[in-house]
Write a protein that binds this ligand. Sequence first.
Ligand code: ACO
Length: 374
Amino acid sequence: MTEQPQIFKGLAGVVVDATAISKVNPETNSLLYRGYPVQELAASKSFEEVAWLLWHGELPTASELAGFQKSERAQRALDAHVKRVIDELPLTAHPMDVVRTAVSVIGASDPTTDDSSPEGNLAKSITLFAKLPAIVSYDQRRRRGEGVIEPREDLDYSANFLWMSFGEIPDDVVVDAFRVSLILYAEHSFNASTFTARVITSTLSDLYSAVTGAIGALKGPLHGGANEAVLHIFNEIGFGPNAHERAEAWLEQALAEKRKIMGFGHRVYKKGDSRVPTMRKSMVELIEYYNRPDVLDLYEGLEAAMTERKGILPNLDYPSGPAYHLMGFDTLTFTPIFVAARITGWTAHIMEQLQANALIRPLSAYNGVDERHL
Ligand code: ACO
């Protein structure tokens, strides 16, 4: 019997490369984007400024920001053929499948798809950044039987996203909570979807292919799909009075059935997700604004029960799910919003991967039948 090599199941604890884009420190519960604590960025920066920071390594000057905003705002609308492809997709398709398909169509239509120069990839990154809100809102509106709302160039990214989704610009508290969520979702080192993008990029494939693959990875409920799964859980428990008690009873049953409780736990953070306090604060502001104390009761009830029973703490998807629900988004739209945010981190990693590329190709241990002959 040959000795089996050591297996690092799920690549847990394995450092596969270096990155200068973000630093996750589970010991101090901190997350830095290009050196800046994410909480500080969320407190005062626009999502456009954070996108620039992730791509370029520095915050933009006033003129750099103005130039970027001009280019981004000019590209927000979807081409007619992208809308036609979306229209052809059945309403039974998950919105993540729609987003994945739309990105693929944009890539297949771009004559510069295979230009992977730094300038070419930055231009594509800005294009996808600009168009994802239109894809997400177009799909949500067609599912609701509502007409398309075209983008407005006089609005910043966050306000325009909400405008295209709902046909009105909500009060500042809502726009701000949305902006905060996008910044918190923007980047998180070598998570599963970002790593997928880097694997695809490492073969010298194109940026659109890498992003399409990353969207597929993000869809899963162990990753980005958890934010929509949190709302499914909240719906199972039920909103309204006495949510705290019902959450406890629901958890007992769910754990007895050996279910994973979505929105809790993290591969890297074991003492709490650094992004949760910031998103929780925004969620609480929304709860006060919409006068929905039952949502906080439910949130805190399940959190307390989960902490007591399993000692497992919430991740970012736990407060962001209810926040998007309160804003009025359909539950199935939550993970596509995550895509719109994470496109910044993914594309920053794609460009970083190409700066010092090595094909990502790990080994496997064979555990099938021994050699045999016909
Ligand atoms: N519910 C119930 N039990 C859990 C949960 C949970 N959410 N998370 C971890 N556990 C348990 C596991 O069952 C396991 O118990 P065991 O040792 O008795 O088998 C133990 O805690 C360790 O968990 P693992 O799954 O091995 O930890 P891992 O680091 O591989 O998983 C993960 C991390 C996938 C995020 C996990 O916590 C989970 O499934 N959470 C729910 C999905 C989720 O919320 N994903 C969002 C991630 S964050 C993001 O994408 C923004």
